[in-house]
Write a protein that binds this ligand. Structure first.
Ligand code: GLU
Length: 445
């Protein structure tokens, strides 16, 4: 059996960090099992679903390196849902109901007032044909409910939450279709999971109650339910699902110069018992991915942790991986020199300017300027080589008796315009002898 997972966003907005995490876990599990990762666009809501979001979802997944193996859209499958609904009507597993939203609300209030759980009372099941005809004559249209089988307890072994039990008599028969003919998410999703041969449904724990009723839907449609893994939700550092997390998506990560590898490395591991580590390649993350490592407590997302992880990841990126984002004439040797100084990829130009110039002219004491004119004279005598820095500083040590900071700092300041930065040994050959002479001359003047 081919393992198949699905990520099923509604294209009514951009992906946020919470659903990126769900997508990632679906993708990783499928990849680990040599399976298929399906993108299912839950676009039954024609008004709120937008093509621009469909495009953005595809682009975001591609940028993160988890392009789907297959794509499906619910809006292309209305005929199928209709046909399956007819089957459920024929087998008595769905029924029409005519209560208005206000009537249902009132019923709930009365139940709550009596200290009872607000479970739908199935009054619609008792309607006589004549009563229904009367409603229709008034122009009322029914909504449709799925009839739970109260005799069959609902159980499943969740890959994260373990054994789950629900008493169907304590659940309301879910509404599956509205008066206006539009579909609620719950039945089309079960129909799709069957037709698309989904083997594992991986989603947030806010769907646990949906799973309970969907398990009966699968069986009512003649299929065995898939496996389920419901992961604990993602929360911010303040411990809640904040609005800010809800708006944090790929575009804001890109603006902040966060690499996709950092997002993947973080979201693969938070909420699990495995440590968050700066892992660039996705294979080791996939190899260690396991639902049994997931905890029941919410996963904490910390932007600061992501920024720090991102920095470590940048320091590990190979030239080949970043080449197209580097200044044109920056070669692999230059990347190696600059890489350990980067906070993120947004700093590359700044450090490349240290190599290519112009650099700010350092303000130095007369003694240091005098020292730099000696440095200029010595450098002129030296051959351009990989050991230029060592040769220069050795010569200056002998000529001036300076050592340590008084020897190195004025040179660094004159050559880079900065008090700190890349290893001068590696940097000086990149700057080159001619440019270095010009910078020393300027600082000495
Ligand atoms: N469109 C649903 C959602 O975004 C899908 C849930 C599921 O994975 O079944 O909540």
């Amino acid at each position: 059996m081919t393992i198949k997972t699905r990520f099923a966003p509604s294209p009514t907005g951009h992906l946020h960090v919470g659903n990126i995490r769900t997508a990632l876990h679906n993708w990783m599990f499928a990849k680990k099992q040599g399976g298929v990762f399906l993108l299912r666009l839950d676009d039954t809501d024609a008004e709120r679903s937008k093509e621009e979001y469909v495009t953005a979802i595809r682009e975001d997944l591609a940028w993160l390196g988890m392009a789907p193996d297959e794509e499906q859209r619910q809006s292309a499958r209305f005929d199928r849902y209709e046909a399956q609904l007819e089957k459920l009507k024929a087998s008595g597993r769905v029924y029409p109901a005519y209560e208005t939203a206000q009537e249902l609300d009132l019923k709930r209030k009365i139940q709550l007032g009596r200290g009872k759980p607000p479970i739908y009372d199935r009054a619609a099941l008792a309607l006589a044909d004549a009563e229904m005809a009367a409603f229709e004559a008034q122009g009322r249209k029914p909504h449709w409910r799925f009839k739970l089988d109260h005799e069959v307890p609902i159980t499943w072994t969740d890959l994260i939450r373990g054994d789950q039990h629900f008493n169907p008599a304590l659940l309301s028969d879910p509404v599956i279709r509205r008066e206006d003919g539009s579909w609620l998410y719950i039945l089309p999703s079960a129909i799709d999971d069957i037709d698309m041969e989904i083997t594992h449904v991986v989603r947030g724990e806010d769907h646990v109650a949906n799973t309970a009723v969907q398990i009966q839907m699968f069986r009512a449609l003649g299929a065995e339910p898939p496996e389920f893994a419901h992961e604990a939700l993602l929360v911010g550092t303040e411990g809640k699902l904040s609005k800010r997390l809800g708006s944090l998506g790929v575009s804001s990560f890109r603006e902040r110069q966060i690499e996709p590898q950092a997002i993947i490395a973080l979201l693969a591991r938070i909420g699990t018992s495995d440590p968050v580590e700066p892992i660039v390649a996705v294979e080791p993350l996939i190899a260690t991915f396991d639902f049994s490592r997931f905890g029941r407590a919410p996963a904490r997302f910390d932007k600061e942790e992501l920024a720090q992880l991102n920095q470590k990841i940048v320091h590990l990126l190979d030239y080949d991986e970043v080449q197209r984002r580097l200044p044109e004439d920056m070669d692999a040797a230059a990347w190696e020199v600059i890489r350990p100084n980067l906070h993120d990829m947004g700093n590359v130009d700044q450090w490349w300017q240290v190599v290519t110039g112009p650099v700010p002219v350092a303000e130095l004491s007369p003694e240091d300027r005098e020292f730099l004119s000696i440095a200029h004279a010595r450098l002129e005598e030296l051959e351009a080589s990989d050991y230029l820095w060592k040769s220069l500083t050795d010569a200056l040590k002998d000529a001036t008796g300076r050592k340590g900071k008084p020897l190195f700092m004025p040179l660094r300041q004159a050559l880079t315009g900065l008090d700190h930065g890349p290893d001068m040994n590696a940097l000086l050959p990149l700057i080159g002898k001619a440019a270095a002479l010009a910078r020393l001359a300027k600082a000495a003047a």
